[in-house]
Design a binder for this molecule. Structure first.
Ligand SMILES: Cc1ncc(C[n+]2csc(CCOP(=O)(O)OP(=O)(O)O)c2C)c(N)n1
Ligand SMILES: [Mg+2]
Length: 534
């Protein structure tokens, strides 16, 4: 005899869910855990609900199927907020299952009682209350809503007594569609005349174009006509850094601006303005946009746009763009090299860019990598070469700290032999420090590289620019290797480039988790930030 919990888990598995993450409470969460164990769905105990949501989101980004996390009632729901916010603004299909008081008690008591749907309302696409009579309908509905373009988080609230209800052998609702359905690309909306008359068109690829086959089509489109492509942070790898059309990263900042201005048409493919810095769009060139969902034009005004299957739309662009463009290969290479060179800011000690390049050499081209928010992110995003979409994971719509380690844990759970490198600031690692213990406990193949500067450097720079005191940005002394070892993670520290490369390379062949502290010299960051953002 199966229960409502079994049915929910079955629906999740049919949709491609590969694990369950979070901090359980004592009600319906426990029925879900039992059902997950019966179905061989691994559960990973996280130490904050937000970290659980980030682990699940990383899996969803990689598999493109939904991720799943759970939380208890009241404090669990409140503690989910930042992880669910990431799924919302980074367009991740996440299923968020919460516990609750039994149905009859819901309105009778105040202890731990919060209005779950209201707490999560600004963050989720939908909130559904699970009712045992609906035969699993809520789970199927949640999956469909999470995957619908643009993908995002959906909440399933499970009162304490509903998941253990036995279903008998009666109807169990229709199975959910396991894959996302994307409407065929409406290529008729792409303006043939505007596209055909371009002499210097550029592509800006964003988070909406991230399947391997879409990426191949887009690269071919650019290659054929010698057309440059910039990628947003979440689209790193769509056009690989080593590709002849690669012209650098696009964050809507000073670094790429002169190059973008030298184009006569901007072709935005899967570009979602959620990834762009909040500055007015001042480019005068027409923007032709295409992607799986529409651009509302508030931030990036579009001359024309088409939505639907990105592969279809890229094929339509291929028919409409001129066979040849006025770009030269050396011009594109100069731009990509120039961007990298601008980020190579020296410092008397271990310059952050040197730490990034040493880590990238040690990790090798195939490593999956996760990146946190902070000053260290700038040289990483410009200098870490990425060959495939979703090989590098970052929170960029939300840009939250405390992302890299939980995301690396979720990613490592998917294909264990493949090592994941988590690149994080010291402040960001402190935000999710409990997950170092998760890493040690689960013995996952993750190398955490801590850009250790005892400071919230990005904030400190902004304080200095204003002539403010910098006290609030200083971190206390931390013995990172000792801290790592205390929770079962191998820990070492490196003070120079060669030592860092060697120590990271050593971890790449070990089986268990490791942390390498890179003692970087943060004095390079003010010039780095100026180079990127002006
Ligand atoms: C949850 C969260 N809180 C605050 C911020 C604002 N913020 C962005 S970067 C940063 C400092 C990051 O410090 P650290 O991780 O040490 O990286 P560093 O800048 O030193 O490289 C802060 C506080 C944020 N993005 N996310
Ligand atoms: Mg720091």
């Amino acid at each position: 005899m199966s229960t409502v919990a079994d049915l929910i888990v079955r629906r999740f598995v049919e949709a491609g869910v590969r694990g369950l993450f979070g901090m359980p409470g004592g009600g319906s969460n426990l029925d879900l855990l039992e059902a997950a164990a019966r179905a061989d769905v691994p559960f990973v105990l996280a130490h904050t609900e937000t970290a659980g949501a980030l682990m699940a989101s990383a899996q969803a980004e990689i598999t493109r199927a939904p991720g799943a996390c759970l939380a208890t009632l009241g404090p669990g729901v409140a503690s989910l907020a930042n992880g669910v916010a990431h799924a919302r603004l980074d367009r991740v299909p996440l299923l968020v299952v919460t516990d609750g008081l039994p149905v009859a008690a819901r309105r009778a008591y105040d202890h731990q009682a919060l209005d779950h749907a209201a707490c999560l309302a600004p963050l989720v696409k939908r909130s559904l209350l699970v009712d045992p009579r609906d035969g699993g309908g809520a789970a199927a509905e949640a999956i469909a809503a999470a995957l619908a373009a643009p993908p995002g988080p959906v909440h399933l609230d499970c009162p304490g007594d509903v998941l253990a209800v036995e279903l008998g052998h009666g109807p169990t609702g229709a199975p959910s569609a396991a894959t996302r359905a994307t409407a065929a690309g409406r290529s008729a909306d792409l303006p043939a005349g505007l596209l055909a008359s371009a002499r210097r068109p550029i592509v800006i690829a964003g988070l909406g174009v991230r399947t391997a086959s879409e990426a191949v089509r887009l690269r071919t489109l650019c290659e054929r006509r010698g057309m440059p492509a910039l990628v947003t942070y979440k689209a790193k790898g769509v056009v690989p850094d080593a590709h002849p059309s690669f012209a650098g990263v696009f964050t809507h900042a000073a670094l790429e601006e002169p190059f973008v201005r030298s184009a006569d048409l901007i072709v935005a493919v899967g570009l979602d303005p959620v990834e762009l810095l909040p500055r007015p769009w001042t480019y005068p060139q027409p923007v032709v946009a295409c992607g799986p969902w529409a651009n509302d034009g508030r931030h990036v005004p579009v001359a024309a746009q088409a939505t639907g299957d990105v592969g279809d739309l890229v094929a339509a662009l291929d028919e409409r763009l001129p066979a040849d463009t006025a770009w030269s290969a050396s011009e594109i290479r100069r731009q990509a090299d120039g961007q990298r060179q601008a980020l190579r800011v020296e410092a008397p000690g271990l310059a952050p860019y040197r730490a990034v390049e040493a880590a990238a050499r040690a990790a090798g081209p195939g490593a999956r990598v996760t990146v946190d928010a902070g000053a260290h992110m700038f040289p990483i995003m410009a200098l870490w070469p990425v060959a495939e979409p979703r090989q590098l994971l970052i929170s960029n719509g939300l840009s939250t700290m405390g992302f890299a380690l939980p995301a690396a844990i979720g990613a490592a759970m998917l294909d264990r032999p493949r090592r994941v490198v988590a690149l994080t600031g010291d402040g960001g690692l402190l935000v999710c420090l409990g997950e170092l213990s998760t890493l040690g406990r689960e013995r996952l193949p993750v190398t955490v590289v801590v850009f250790s500067d005892r400071s919230l450097s990005l904030i400190r720079i902004k304080q200095e620019r204003r002539g403010h005191h910098t006290g609030g940005a200083a971190l206390g002394r931390i013995d990172w290797p000792a801290l790592a070892r205390s929770v079962g993670v191998e820990g070492t520290r490196a003070d120079d480039e060669a030592d860092l490369e060697h120590r990271i390379a050593e971890t790449m062949t070990s089986e268990g988790p490791a942390l390498v502290e890179a003692a970087i010299d943060a004095s390079a960051y003010p010039a780095t930030l100026r180079a990127v953002r002006g």
